[in-house]
Design a protein around this ligand. Structure first.
Ligand SMILES: [Zn+2]
Length: 302
């Protein structure tokens, strides 16, 4: 699943392409994407005819601002990718059932550069310059919402999100305060979007290595110097990942995911210092760490 850096990269790319464009039509072969409003007809009314005035990110959500104070929210989930290009819709018969499904094919050479990400398009916003904003989504787990800005931002799932780690106003004292009264292990806490936004399995491993903290370290035993190191590492790793165009996905302009070349422990055999990386389970997820540099502290129970 894309994490904060990958979504930030997509948002930055989309911002260049989309601001000032008007949405002229919406097409989908998977109306279940629409979570708010749930009916396809109401969703169309919400977006069609509106000019895109901005593109932002909150946690892993892409927020597309529309004129009239509306907001189009897309959570790409596991396999969704928002891309801009040029496709045309064709119908295909599937198997013996005789049912049809849509297939969007690239129509210009420019769009074909997006082809690896464009094979699974299930939702298309037609733009007024002849191009489309498309959601390519193999697994079809993405979700799409539209409504007045305040109504969207006041949804429980958005309101409860923790702070943005790269927000310049998010200081070390804010970060430290988040830990008050918290217990448990550090890795699952970092991955909890209501604790801090946008960090998933990959970057929690990378951040904890950079801070030399064991993924199973107890959060109530993290002394201030360790918290400081964690705060700094979190910002540094996420910024670096954005600069290198993320991990394991292609950006919408087809640039390679450069962070894959510098990963320190996540799915690595050796850490940068040549120690063998260990892989353990932490709250149902895998955690990769260097057992030499990331020690559990004395009072930990495991
Ligand atoms: Zn090491």
């Amino acid at each position: 699943m894309p994490e904060l850096p990958e979504v930030e990269i997509i948002v930055n790319d989309l911002r260049c392409e989309l601001i000032g464009r008007k949405i002229q039509d919406v097409q989908t072969d998977w109306p279940k994407y629409f979570q708010l409003p749930k009916s396809e007809a109401a969703f169309r009314t919400c977006v069609i005819g509106r000019v895109i005035t901005g593109v932002d990110r909150r946690a892993k959500n892409v927020l597309i601002r529309l004129e009239g104070g509306h907001l189009l929210l897309v959570h790409q989930k596991i396999s969704g990718r928002l891309i801009v290009g040029n496709w045309e819709r064709t119908k295909r018969l599937i198997g013996s059932t005789g049912s049809t499904h849509s297939l969007w094919q690239p129509v210009t050479s420019a769009a074909s550069t997006h082809q690896p990400a464009g094979r699974f398009i299930h939702l298309v916003f037609e733009l007024d310059d002849g191009r489309q904003l498309a959601l390519s989504d193999l697994r079809k787990f993405a979700k799409v919402l539209c409504g007045p800005r305040d109504a969207i931002l006041n949804l429980d799932e958005i309101r409860r999100l923790g702070p943005e780690p790269l927000d310049p106003r998010f200081t070390f004292s804010d970060f430290k305060r988040l830990f008050e009264g918290r217990t448990g292990r550090i890795k699952p806490l970092l991955m909890n979007p209501n604790f801090i936004a946008g960090i998933g399995n990959i970057y929690s491993d990378e951040i904890l290595y950079a801070a030399r903290i064991h993924p199973l370290g107890r959060v109530d035993q993290l002394a201030e110097p360790r918290l400081r190191s964690l705060y700094r590492s979190m910002k540094a790793v996420l910024r670096k990942a954005i600069r290198l165009r993320g991990t394991g996905i292609e950006g919408s302009r087809g640039s390679p995911a450069g962070y894959d070349k510098v990963r320190m422990v996540y799915h690595q055999k050796l850490c940068p210092k040549g120690h063998v990386v260990h892989r353990i389970r932490a709250s149902g997820r895998s955690a990769h760490f260097c057992p030499v540099e990331q020690k559990l502290y004395r009072h930990a129970s495991t």
